[in-house]
Design a protein around this ligand. Structure first.
Ligand code: SF4
Length: 190
């Protein structure tokens, strides 16, 4: 006869034990609603991801919201011009918190091939980014993969004091990091 230990032996069947953090993460990751907007060619791939062939609806995300107040995921699909930057920022500010961002494609992530004065060299200059998706353009499968990775990230997000501790650690490591202008560039002379 085995030794009976643990609370689970005493509970009636049908009980599930978890933490508030895990439960909140589970609910948040499975109810992401993207804001409806696209900036350039990458947006065509984003639209394809939402249509019948790729069917983003399988992950509960087919409802692209026309109002940022009803959205908590921003997919920046395409290059961000300086003219559009304040608009993108305003949409982000109007979205419901907590909110997440995917920089879709080379242009949104870094300016891509548009290394010029008209294009913001990475949307992270104006809003925080959670996932950078490479490619020009990334295919719908890649966007779906990025979304699933974001789901994982959201599912494991900490709350309360645990979150505050992580934010502090991230800030400390950012302050300790070498500034970009001091990182030596390959092939560049002194
Ligand atoms: S990454 Fe390529 S496909 Fe996407 S917006 Fe830039 S140029 Fe267009």
């Amino acid at each position: 006869m085995g030794l009976i230990v643990g609370l689970e032996e005493k509970l009636p069947s049908g009980f599930l034990l978890t933490t508030v953090e895990k439960l909140a993460g589970y609910m948040r990751k499975n109810s992401l609603w993207p804001a409806t907007f696209g900036l350039a060619c990458c947006a065509i791939e984003m639209m394809a991801a939402g249509a019948g062939r790729y069917d983003l609806a399988r992950f509960g995300m087919e409802v692209f919201r026309a109002s940022p107040r009803q959205a908590d995921l921003m997919i920046v699909a395409g290059r961000v011009s300086n003219k559009m930057a304040p608009v993108v920022r305003q949409i982000y500010d109007q979205m419901a918190a907590p909110k997440w961002t995917i920089a879709m494609g080379a242009c949104a992530s870094s300016g891509g091939m548009f290394n010029n004065y008209a294009i913001v060299q990475g949307v992270d200059h104006i809003i925080p980014v959670d996932i950078y998706l490479p490619g020009c353009p990334p295919r719908p499968e890649m966007l779906m993969d990025a979304i699933l990775k974001l789901h994982e990230q959201i599912g494991n997000e900490k709350l309360g004091v645990n979150r505050a501790k992580i934010v502090k650690e991230v800030e400390a490591s950012a302050i300790a990091a070498t500034p970009i202008h001091q990182i030596p560039v390959f092939g560049k002379q002194g």
